[in-house]
Design a protein around this ligand. Structure first.
Ligand SMILES: [Zn+2]
Ligand SMILES: [Zn+2]
Length: 298
């Protein structure tokens, strides 16, 4: 029987109040709309959600699916902080833990514990090992030895505070409401849908040993992260969309970074074979336990 953690600590109330406050603030969007403010919102959705979370926190920091210069790594971490989800080390620790125990009892956000729980509820009741730095740093030792990342992790609100000030300076309250509140709500739910909807609805290309699914509409909302079954099957792959029509904006961005010389050693799961059918590359450690349900590319 899968068990849920209880809503209990002071931290849980802080997180709950914060998320409620951001949703409440987003309602002011109805009274402050302008096309410019909407443009700012969409741009920051991409910069903080697409670049900060998907390209940075997820594909770079959690899975190291490509290599990048130190200064760009720090830029990604700052963009991730501006998403207002968590510090980079806390986020990465929780996500690596999810992959280790995907859809098992220890999984922090499996929909087997309830859809709403997987979507948002787990954030208000994190297990101690994911809530305290001294505990969760062992899941991200590669990051915990970097002093700047540790500083950002502890002070992850600083980039968001600076961003709020800049938005206020540039466009007053409409920019703050749309650039911070409305945009954060969009980033939150598009990230959370990967944990909830992409473990419930969609198709499985690979038997990944869990409930992960490929879900096209989550992929559209989350810059390609909705191809979540492919991702669970090949966790280190920079590319999540495997078929030609599985649009993966984050992988396209990584390809652009490669052209610019900012992404190297890009990990890929499949190689085109002579007959055009793609197959898993055996050098990927976790591909050995996979049973290919359908060859990608068919
Ligand atoms: Zn992942
Ligand atoms: Zn997952």
């Amino acid at each position: 029987m899968i068990r849920r953690q209880k809503f209990s600590t002071k931290d849980d109330w802080v997180v709950f109040s914060w998320i409620a406050f951001m949703h409440f603030g987003a309602l002011a969007g109805f009274f402050t709309f302008s096309w410019q403010a909407l443009g700012v919102c969409l741009f920051l959705w991409w910069l903080t959600g697409g670049v900060g979370i998907c390209l940075g926190y997820h594909r770079y920091f959690t899975h190291r699916s490509y290599a990048t210069p130190k200064w760009f790594e720090y830029f990604l971490a700052i963009c991730g902080c501006m998403a207002g989800e968590a510090g980079p080390i806390a986020w990465v620790a929780a996500h690596r833990y999810h992959h280790t125990y995907s859809d098992q009892e220890q999984d922090p956000h499996s929909p087997l514990k309830g859809f709403v729980w997987a979507h948002v509820g787990w954030l208000f009741a994190r297990e101690k090992n994911l809530a305290e730095f001294d505990s969760y740093k062992r899941y991200a030792p590669d990051m915990a030895k970097d002093r700047f990342l540790v500083f950002l992790n502890k002070n992850h609100m600083i980039p968001a505070i600076f961003l709020t000030a800049i938005l206020y300076f540039l466009g007053g309250w409409p920019f703050v409401v749309w650039g911070m509140f409305v945009r954060s709500v969009l980033v939150y739910h598009s990230t959370w849908l990967v944990n909830s909807a992409s473990h419930v609805w969609g198709y499985e290309t690979f038997k990944a040993g869990d409930q992960s699914k490929n879900n096209w509409w989550v992929a559209l909302l989350s810059f390609g992260e909705g191809w979540h079954n492919n991702h669970h099957a090949f966790q280190r792959s920079a590319r999540h969309g495997m078929r030609w029509w599985e649009l993966d904006m984050t992988y396209r961005t990584i390809q652009l970074l490669w052209v610019l010389g900012l992404a190297k050693q890009i990990h890929l799961p499949v190689q085109p074979a002579a007959n055009g059918i793609t197959r898993p590359v055996s050098e990927l450690g976790d591909s050995a336990k996979l049973e290919l349900v359908e060859a990608a590319g068919h």
